[in-house]
Design a protein around this ligand. Sequence first.
Ligand code: MRU
Length: 369
Amino acid sequence: MKVNGTPYRSLWWDDAQSALKIIDQRWLPHEFRIEQLDTVDDYCQAIKGMHVRGAPLIGATAAYGMALATRIDPSDESLDRAWDVLHETRPTAINLRWALDRCRAALRKTPEANRPETALKLAHEIADEDVEINRRIGLHGLDIIKKIAAGKPEGEPVRLLTHCNAGWIATVDWGTATSPMYQAHDVGLPIHVWVDETRPRNQGALTAWELGSHGISHTYITDNAGGHLMQHGLVDMVIVGTDRTTRSGDVCNKIGTYLKALAARDNGVPFYVALPSPTIDWTVSNGVAEIPIEERSGDEISHIQGSLADGSIGLVQVTPEGSKVGNPAFDVTPSRLVTGLITERGVCDASAEGLASLFPDLATAAAQA
Ligand code: MRU
């Protein structure tokens, strides 16, 4: 997608430096900063500290981290070490383990001398695949938006609500939940997006930045406003991303997603999840019981970062000294609250049967593993 007219991906390989470049998302939407990752520790810090974030982007970044580790030392021991340190950065998004497993399995079958080249090629492949997966999710999501638009008076916008940032900067490009929005806008279909702020880290500001840069009409709202808007008939469709979806269709996404799904169900608003296949965890079925939920630092709750009056970026404290804070970063929406899963292969029910019908190859491979 474009930033000030220049096309970007959220990460890219710099041949001259032989290193990965990322958009350091900690400073958005106020500053656009690019960071170069030079060591495996840089990769770990970038993922854990959320310089890069969003399940698909974490996976792609980790693949480049494996490539770097292989270049430094191509042995099996080095691969295992890199797998371990990268894997422990963030526990919830399954794309991280998916990418690490894919890289390690392929590299183990490769002679050591060829591993650095193969690893880099594989990381490029994973990044390119992500772009194509998200483009396809966008096309399938666009079909749903078109159907909703067909039931509205000519020219009236389809009103979508989204939570967190499942945008192009949470993936390599296009985004998952935002891809149908970009594609609708690009074919001239009028939409308006309600953007949840998404406390504590306010990823909604990233979504607002993205949509604004693309000229898409949107309104930034507090997390608590969604239910009210739905009660008043102001939301036609909710569309969110996911960090891990179980084989039975339970969806783990940014904290607060579950409340949106409850409000949507109570108000008859369709609740869709944009789901790239690497985000399916075929090994788990009950999301609430089995998905590990990341608990992040209380500082993210007690302090808010923003642009200060003098233009600098700073933190302000919002809690009284001494109050305890809790910061679970994700929650699980049970499949029964999900209207449909929008994948790169089409839209299916949020159920074991639905997922297996679109991904028989992956379901069978997982059952045999
Ligand atoms: O903690 P974050 O910002 O990495 O969480 C991101 C989300 O919850 C996204 O909705 C999810 O990763 C899907 S991104 C396409």
